[in-house]
Write a protein that binds this ligand. Structure first.
Ligand code: ADP
Ligand code: GN1
Ligand code: MG
Length: 358
């Protein structure tokens, strides 16, 4: 019924398998019956996004803004931003009889979506594309509402972890004593970025907030950055969040859920590659203090994500999609290994984003 609710320009066939590797929404591909065109059909995760209609208003506001920027820059908005397909009755999402909320986008063709970094060139492209995206949103009203409250409020994520630990609903705390110690030793770190914001040292911007490298599509033929996707969390935030989450997912040679910690290596060279690309497009409007905050972003987004995975592990894996038992535990451990390695080279990380000034 969801596939038939949208204005796809004719009848469609739906592939019942999940598409892609997102952890939150349920993503499917539908084809026009004559195979002339395909689309993305997504069931929005309404546990995460409790107001799907408001969420789609935000997505439409952002894509409208981006479309105008792309046109002004002589680009092709059909490929360079998401295009929301309306329902047959003109709405931005379809509410099914079971309370599910669905939306549809044009499929951005002839692109690749990295799960891990294959080449330096691709990682630099992701960086430049995200820096450009930040510039394009520079004049988007920062009063735009939060689609998930306190999304990157790291101290609050820490507090939620403490609650889950105290409840220990599934008796799993006994399996994670060293991880608990690791988190507790870093309580003060959790405050660094929000303290800098509160002190007026770094600006509040409109950011993407979920800049995993698989949320940037790259042109398969030319290697150019094409489209930033997964716009659900575009809202007020810090450049350090976007920089940091890409470093978390891209500046290493392992999967996010690598179970063998001896295979997890933070790659300072890839960090530098990304930093140069990002600053080449977004750096002009950034102060020294904001540039320095990027290094903290890498550390804190990785720590925060590890805390979130471990909280979900304690609470019974209800937030992130999992594919095996202990999946969230493996993911958390990988994040903590990366954090430990970043801490060892943190001076160099600061020097790279802010030479001679730290
Ligand atoms: P999630 O929030 O669950 O991560 P995403 O919106 O990121 O969901 O979509 C999951 C995956 O689907 C992406 O990583 C990408 O591979 C693919 N995808 C999403 N939207 C498009 C699109 N418009 N064109 C092509 N691929 C897409
Ligand atoms: C989720 O939606 P996806 O898979 O791109 C999550 C991010 C986490 C990431 C960890 C809305 O991202 O915050 O960093 O998983 N998105 C949401 O892989 O919670
Ligand atoms: Mg995604």
């Amino acid at each position: 019924s969801a596939a038939n609710a949208f204005d796809f320009g004719g009848p469609v066939l739906c592939d019942a398998h999940h598409y892609g590797e997102g952890h939150i929404n349920d993503t499917f591909v539908v084809w026009r019956e004559d195979h002339s065109k395909r689309f993305i059909l997504q069931r929005i995760n309404t546990d995460t996004f409790t107001n799907p209609v408001g969420l789609m208003e935000n997505v439409c506001g952002v894509t409208r803004h981006l479309r105008a920027k792309i046109l002004a820059e002589g680009g092709d908005p059909a490929r360079e931003t998401l295009n929301v397909i309306p329902t047959l009755s003109g709405s931005t999402c379809y509410l099914d009889a079971d309370g599910g909320a669905w939306r549809a986008y044009d499929f951005v063709e002839d692109t690749i979506c990295l799960q891990q970094v294959g080449s330096e060139a691709d990682f630099r492209t992701v960086a430049e594309t995200l820096g450009k995206f930040q510039n394009q949103l520079a004049d988007y009203p920062a009063s735009t509402s939060e689609t998930i409250a306190r999304f990157h409020d790291t101290p609050n994520r820490y507090a939620n972890f403490e609650k889950a630990l105290a409840a220990d609903a599934l008796g799993r705390a006994k399996n994670i004593t060293s991880e608990i110690e690791f988190i507790h030793a870093r309580e003060q770190d959790c405050h660094v970025l929000l303290d800098q914001l509160a002190a007026g040292e770094i600006p509040l911007r409109v950011t993407h907030n979920d800049t995993k490298i698989n949320n940037v599509l790259i042109d398969a033929a030319t290697g150019k950055g094409i489209c930033v996707i997964d716009l659900d969390t575009v809202m007020p935030g810090l450049s350090a969040y976007d920089f940091g989450d890409s470093i978390r997912t891209g500046a290493n040679d392992c999967a996010e859920d690598e179970p063998d910690q001896s295979k997890v290596h933070f790659d300072l060279h890839l960090y530098e590659v990304f930093a140069k690309g990002y600053l080449s497009t977004a750096g002009a409007s950034m102060s020294m203090a904001e540039k320095k905050s990027l290094a903290w972003g890498a550390r804190l987004m990785t720590l925060e994500c590890g805390i979130r995975f471990l909280t979900d592990y304690l609470e019974g894996d209800h937030y992130f999609h999992i594919a095996r038992p202990d999946h969230n535990l493996d993911r958390a451990r990988t994040q903590f290994t990366l954090v430990r390695q970043m801490e060892e080279v943190f001076d160099q990380m600061l020097e790279i984003v802010c030479p001679d000034n730290h």
